[in-house]
Structures are given as C-alpha cells and as structure tokens.
Ligand binder design. Structure first.
Ligand code: AMP
Length: 434
C-alpha cells in the first residue's frame, strides 16, 4: 500500500460506502492543499439489485443518471473500479485523482484521529466489524477494493466516533460490570464528523459560542445530539451503537432493555429478529406505520403520523435538557442535518418543550430557515448546514500533507470551506445513514 504520497493539489475523492450504495464527492484541492472546493458528487444506488449512477456538479447540474445494472454482478468490489474510471473520465485534464478519504463509522477505543490507511490500520478496522456490523464491513470493503485496484492512491480513514474520544468516563461508561466495560462495551458516540464541522464553523462565525456550551441536534434519518463545550464533545446521545438516544427514521432510539428480554422470552425473537426490529422497523416508521420520512409525516392527516412527530420532538427536547445538564448549562442550541436544517415544524415542536430553559423561537425567522431562529431575548437557537464530506476532505488533505490541525479538534478555522452542505454539491441525500 502506498503510504508515502503527499496531496498538495489535484482531485480528492471522498467515499461513503454502504451495503447497497456508494456515495461520493470529488473535490479540487489546491494550492498546497489549502483550498478545497467541491467539483461534483453522486451516488451509486441499488447495488446488488438494479445499480444506478446519478451525479450532479457543484452547481447542481445533472451529469449522470444512468443504469449500471448491466455491469457484471453488481457488487461493490466489481462496481467501485468502474466508478473510479467514470470519475477520472469526468475530471479536468489538469486535475489527476490524487487520493481518497473514507467515512468509517467506527474507530473503536484506539483510533481517535483520521488515519492514513496502512496494513496495520486496515487490520484494526477489521477487528471493529463486530462493533458496527451493519456499517463497518462496507467501509472496510471499499478501502480494500481501492487498495487492490488503485494501489497508487493514498487513502485516509475518518471516523464518526473520533470527535467523542475525549469525553469523561462518566459519559462513556454504562452501569454494567467493569469487566464488560473493559471488553469495550461503552458509549462511543457517532455523527462525529458532522459535530466537528459544526464546531469548526462556530469558531469561524460565532467565536463566543465556540468557547461556550452548545447543544447540537443532528436530526436526519439517523439522529443524535451532542454537548459541545469549548469545542470538545462532552456527551452525546448515541452510545455503543447507533441505536441509542432519540428515535430515528427506522431506529428505535433508547428503550428499556427489559423489552429485549421480554421479546426474546415471550415472542421467541432471536438476534436477527431484534436487529430487524430495532434498526429497520421502529422509530418514525414504527410509530406512524406510514413512513420514515419526516416530510411525509408532516404532510399526513393520519393521527399516528402526528403522534410520531410529537414523540420525536419531546424526545429531542428531553435530550437537549440532559446534555445541558452534562455541561452545567447551555449557551446555544444548534439544529442541523435534513430535519434540523429544513423542518420549521419540528424545530418549533422541540423548542416548545424548552421555554423553561429560556428558549423562544421567532416564528418568521424559523419559518424562513434563517441562521438565527430565536427571538432577540431568547437563548440563541441557530440553524446550520453540516458537511461531513467536506470534513473528510479537510482531514484527508491534512493527513497527507502532514499538517497538524487534523489532530487538534476545532482549534483551526475551516480553510477554503466552499460553503454549507446545502450550498455545495453535497446534497442532504448524500449522507450515508448513521
Ligand atoms: P438526512 O439524513 O440528514 O439526509 O435527513 C433526512 C431526513 O430529513 C428525512 O427524514 C427527510 O424527510 C428530512 N427532511 C428533509 N427536508 C425536509 C423538510 N423540508 N421538511 C421536513 N423534513 C425534511
């Protein structure tokens, strides 16, 4: 594996690999790795069934929408090299593909920073597969395919868990026997690349808050919240897996563990039944019986849809309060990701439970998805776009140019940030679900 190349200018590929889809963003990097701007982005969906490539430029002009169903067996190892060739054909002639950065869901207890992929790092990532069996295998598979088919491309892994690694033990420890904690059954937290992006943006736009106590609500298909104090993650709602915390599109969020014992005894459910129930049949879909999509629920007159939205808002609000407690107070609340950035109704529903905390929304600002949606007298409530792909690109360049700021939390301002996830070609639909 090539571990010596440095990336100072060229094209950088960011990959977010799932079981049936691979999402990608291609960035231009120049000069000396200081500026990073998106060129185009897309996704290969339906892998294994009816593969299809779609892509758009940074200006959101479509550049591909085609069936790839005829390309062999339709597995990631077969299709990824085709995708790389397609990407290279669409790059400007003076912009060679120089490197790849990967979103990797789990860094475990040892990988706290973005890492250049070596055989040792790859081996460590494989040992973490049992901790995230639905996501980690796909991340590792993509890294291996690239290492074999394009050994000239240096690769960097960026972890969803890394931003949370400095949390105090009382936030990461479950109340279970110590030997189980020592065996790795602890709270890791996820969505770290999103929280890191927000923390860095706060430093650029609201330096007072960047050194304060902020609760960030990342509300999308996968949802979690994070308490960020002085730019560092203090506590978060997802724990050992991406199931803990608030209800999500199809995931339950936290529930009484006694339910699992009961389901196994009473309904003879096995591990696969429980996995299906908790990851794919619960959350907004389970409660509404209609959809996992917040837009559908908000547009429906079915009382079960309204119930699902109400439950979601209350659970999010309760976590805001809990995370404020973890920080000894709160100076601002930030909403981000698909629901957080675009749903005025959900933001209003959440904040209605938080008036006792000094939160009061300005109706017009909230309806307009403005950057500040609270009244002037309120504890500030912000809406910010997240951009995990940009964060991966930034880290990848920093690792490959041996720049230190990838290793020091949000202290460094985002250089060359091309804008928000919404403003560049990284459409909300880009994010692989965690
Ligand atoms: P994400 O996983 O960040 O892409 O977010 C996906 C979620 O955002 C889905 O539940 C969408 O229904 C939701 N979403 C996107 N746009 C809107 C909108 N305008 N109003 C309500 N929910 C939205």
């Amino acid at each position: 594996m090539n571990v010596h190349a440095n990336l100072t200018s060229g094209a950088l590929l960011v990959l977010n690999s799932g079981s049936s889809s691979v999402k990608f963003t291609v960035f231009r990097v120049e000069p000396e790795g200081r500026e990073i701007t998106p060129l185009f982005a897309g996704q290969l969906t339906g892998i294994g069934t009816d593969a299809r490539l779609s892509a758009k430029t940074a200006a959101r002009e479509p550049i591909a929408d085609e069936s790839w169903a005829d390309r062999d067996t339709g597995s990631v190892p077969v299709l990824l090299p085709h995708l790389i060739s397609w990407i290279e054909r669409h790059l400007p002639a003076d912009l060679p593909l120089m490197a790849a950065g990967h979103r990797v869901v789990h860094g475990g207890a040892n990988l706290h920073h973005p890492e250049r992929i070596t055989d040792d790092v790859l081996a460590e990532l494989e040992t973490l597969i049992p901790l995230a069996p639905l996501h980690q295998p796909q991340n590792v598979a993509a890294i291996k395919v690239l290492a074999e088919s394009r050994s000239d491309l240096p690769q960097v892994a960026c972890f969803d868990t890394a931003f949370h690694h400095a949390q105090p033990a009382h936030a990461t420890t479950y109340a279970i026997p110590r030997h189980l904690t020592e065996a790795g059954i602890r709270r890791y937290g996820f969505h770290g690349l999103s929280y890191e992006y927000i923390a860095r943006q706060l430093l650029a736009t609201h330096p007072d808050l960047a050194t304060g106590r902020v609760v960030v609500a990342h509300l999308g298909n996968g949802s979690s919240l994070c308490a960020i104090k002085d730019g560092t993650s203090i506590d978060t709602t997802m724990g050992f897996s991406v199931l803990e915390g608030v209800p999500m599109g199809t995931r339950s969020g936290g529930l009484d563990p006694g339910i699992l014992i009961y389901l196994m005894r009473k309904f003879d459910m096995d591990v696969n039944d429980l996995e299906r129930l908790l990851y794919h049949q619960s959350g907004l879909l389970g409660v509404s019986g209609v959809s996992n999509d917040m837009r559908v629920l908000l547009g429906s007159s079915d009382p079960h849809c309204a119930e699902a939205v109400d439950l979601f808002c209350l659970r999010v609000a309760k976590e805001v309060s809990a995370l404020a407690c973890s920080m000894g107070g709160i100076d601002a609340l930030v909403f981000t990701a698909g629901i957080g950035e675009h749903s005025a109704a959900v933001r209003a529903g959440v904040c209605a439970h938080l008036e006792w905390l000094g939160i009061e929304l300005d109706r017009a600002r909230n309806a307009g998805d403005e950057a500040l949606i609270s009244t002037d007298a309120s504890l500030p409530v912000h809406v910010m776009a997240t951009d995990e792909e940009f964060m991966i690109a930034r880290h990848t360049v920093d690792v490959l140019t041996n720049r230190g700021d990838a290793r020091h939390g949000p202290a460094a301002q985002i250089e060359g940030a091309s804008g928000s996830g919404e403003g560049c070609c990284t459409a909300p639909a880009q994010a692989q679900e965690t």
